[in-house]
Design a protein around this ligand. Structure first.
Ligand code: GLV
Ligand code: MG
Length: 361
């Protein structure tokens, strides 16, 4: 017998650790804004960003120089301790961290220090380069031991980055590996390298990945429209299914071309339409884009509320503007209405926007 009893799944993995959650709360996390806690200029901006972004993430992994790893860890402890309204349930802005990879010389001290010193403020630990459920099991037990040691009252959740070929192959098992699993993000840069894709970018499309319109009158060199395809479609769709099946949340990841706000918006919107709840932000400019894209539009909510009203008890079918609406389209509309309510609860501007929507008959 290799499976544990379902009832044991929700028992703490260490004596004195808080009980695992039975459901992952749907807390808004449209933008996960990365900052380097070892960079004093960036760190100084953090307190003023609380309340303007759903998630602030202190990054300890890639993009932090080896010589700065300890400074980043200590910087994060300092910022978390000194910023009163950040993390835990102290306000709308969550505090996450991205720890170093599990095979690195830093990760053990990252976890020991962060959980025992700021464990009550830390909502989610993002684990990079996850290969399979065994990586989640390792972090799961260690977090429980450290929560017990540090007297942490609420379980710290785990977020996996999907950035290895093996991780993609195991994504369903990763999503189901622990009641701590909060979500999964696409890591297009590491994933491209690990898969040996022949690209050199951090996320986004590629002009070489295309299909071409058929030739007109056999003229293969004539004017033929090309359509760029999305390199990430397969992985995002697979990740969304794994997350939805496990009751956790999928995210796009980094979009490295900070200047191309137009293409970033397109890529974020594709992810939103496919089921993702948010994305990473690598620059304050991307927070605004993410907040807009991952919040249902006024038109979406107007239509969704109209369908909800027209469907009455939710059964049967009605015609609206020549289109058939039934239980299934109603359920889609409810996804948007529920999301709008969750967002309105923490975002006064959105609340005002959604509150003024008038439904047509
Ligand atoms: C993110 O970590 C990536 O590798 O894309
Ligand atoms: Mg990476």
């Amino acid at each position: 017998m290799s499976h544990k009893s379902p009832k044991d799944f929700f028992a703490p993995l260490a004596v004195g650790a808080p009980a695992p959650l039975r459901e992952i709360p749907a807390r808004p996390s449209r933008a996960i804004h990365f900052f380097d806690p070892s960079n004093p200029k960036m760190a100084a901006k953090v307190p003023a960003m609380v309340g303007t972004v759903d998630v602030l993430l202190g990054n300890l992994e890639d993009a932090v120089k080896a010589d700065n790893k300890v400074a980043a860890r200590e910087g994060l402890v300092k910022i978390a301790s000194e910023t009163a309204n950040l993390g835990g349930n102290r306000g709308p802005t969550q505090l996450w961290t991205r720890i170093n990879s599990l095979d690195s010389p830093w990760v053990l001290d990252d976890l020991v220090t962060l959980v025992t010193e700021i464990g009550d403020k830390l909502d989610v630990v993002m684990v990079p380069k996850v290969q399979g459920p065994e990586d989640i099991h390792y972090v799961d037990r260690l977090l429980a031991q450290l929560e017990a040691k540090g007297g942490v009252q609420k379980p710290i959740l785990i977020h996996a980055i999907l950035e290895t070929a093996r991780g993609v192959a195991n994504v369903e098992e990763i999503a189901l590996a622990s009641p701590r699993m909060q979500g999964i993000s696409l890591g297009p840069a590491d994933l491209a390298a690990d898969r040996k894709m022949k690209t050199t970018r951090v996320g986004g499309g590629h002009p070489g990945y295309l299909v071409r319109q058929d030739p007109v009158d056999g003229d293969i060199h004539g004017n033929r429209t090309v359509f760029q395809q999305d390199l990430w479609h397969y992985t995002i769709a697979k990740m969304v299914d794994a997350c939805a099946a496990a009751g956790i949340y999928p995210y796009y990841g980094p979009f490295g071309d900070i200047t191309d706000v137009v293409a970033a918006e397109d890529q974020f919107r594709n992810a939103f339409l496919l089921g993702c709840v948010g994305t990473w932000s690598l620059h304050p400019k991307q927070i605004e884009i993410a907040n807009r894209v991952f919040s249902p539009s006024v038109e979406d909510i107007k239509h969704a509320r109209r369908v909800v009203a027209a469907m009455g008890d939710g059964t049967g079918a009605v015609m609206l503007d020549g289109k058939m609406e039934d239980d299934a389209s109603l359920k889609q509309c409810l996804v948007l209405v529920d999301l709008a309510e969750e967002l309105a609860a923490i975002d006064p501007k959105l609340k005002e926007l959604y509150d003024t929507i008038e439904i047509e008959d």
